[in-house]
Design a protein around this ligand. Structure first.
Ligand SMILES: [Zn+2]
Length: 123
């Protein structure tokens, strides 16, 4: 497992710092504005590049899933991608495909960048 560079977790950390600094203090109620301000005023260069890579990855996976979103093997509905998912035994998976229709969950050990590579190689 390569859980050390979990980009979605790093982004969540940045968002929670932005929330603490700009939302909890009442400066704004909009999380995108809070993140923007945080990146401009408070973020370290490492955080800025992590956030840029992460947002690129999230945009890329959205585009990829538009053309090749997997369908549920049970009911055929399109599956929804989730991040940092716990299974019933409390094990954490970096990504998972979930069926909103019938509740089927397909847990993946791929991190977001790994999943992008898999989807790109399938074409
Ligand atoms: Zn289903």
């Amino acid at each position: 497992m390569s859980g050390s560079n979990d980009i979605t977790q790093a982004i969540k950390d940045i968002i929670s710092r932005a929330r603490a600094r700009y939302i909890k203090t009442g400066i704004t109620r909009n999380i995108s504005i809070a993140v923007e301000k945080y990146l401009r005023n408070n973020a370290t260069p490492a955080e800025i590049s992590t956030y840029a890579i992460g947002s690129d990855n999230i945009n890329l996976i959205r585009t990829l899933l538009k053309s090749k979103r997997p369908d549920c093997s049970k009911c055929g509905a399109p599956l929804k991608l989730s991040f940092n998912v716990l299974d019933q035994e409390g094990r954490r998976f970096p990504t998972a495909f979930e069926c909103v229709q019938c509740g089927l969950v397909c847990y993946l050990s791929h991190t977001l960048p790994e999943l992008i590579k898999v989807l790109l190689n399938e074409s």
